[in-house]
Design a protein around this ligand. Structure first.
Ligand code: FES
Length: 102
C-alpha cells in the first residue's frame, strides 16, 4: 500500500500498519523501513539517534544497522526490516505475512 507521509532526506516517519508500528527513514534519498519495536526490550526506535544508516535505541543505546536490521557488530539481535520500493512518487513498504524480508 502506498503511504501518504514520505519523509524528506534526513527525516523519518512513524507509520501504523494494521497491528504493526513501523519507522520509515530516508537516508540520502534511500528509504529503510523497520519495526518500531527494539528487539532488546521493545522501546520505540523511531525517536532513536540516527548516525548514517545506524539507529541507536534511546532506551539502552543498542545500535542497529538499518540496511539489515542487525545489531552493530553482532548478529544476536535483529529488528525486522521491510523492503521499500519507489514507484513514481509513491513509497511502498513490502510486507509479507509478518515475516522479515530482505
Ligand atoms: S530497548 Fe532498545 S536497547 Fe534496550
Amino acid at each position: 500500500m502506498p503511504f501518504e507521509i514520505i519523509p524528506n532526506s534526513g527525516e523519518r516517519a512513524f507509520l501504523k500498519v494494521g497491528d504493526k508500528t513501523l519507522a520509515l527513514f530516508n537516508v540520502a534519498t534511500q528509504f529503510y523501513a523497520i519495526d518500531d519495536s527494539c528487539p532488546h526490550q521493545g522501546a520505540s526506535l523511531f525517536s532513536g539517534r540516527l548516525e548514517g544508516r545506524v539507529i541507536q535505541c534511546c532506551a539502552h543505546g543498542l545500535r542497529f544497522d538499518l540496511t539489515n536490521g542487525c545489531l552493530v557488530n553482532s548478529s544476536q539481535l535483529r529488528v525486522a526490516t521491510y523492503p521499500v520500493e519507489m514507484v513514481e512518487d509513491k513509497v511502498f513498504i513490502v510486507m509479507g505475512c509478518g515475516e522479515n524480508h530482505e
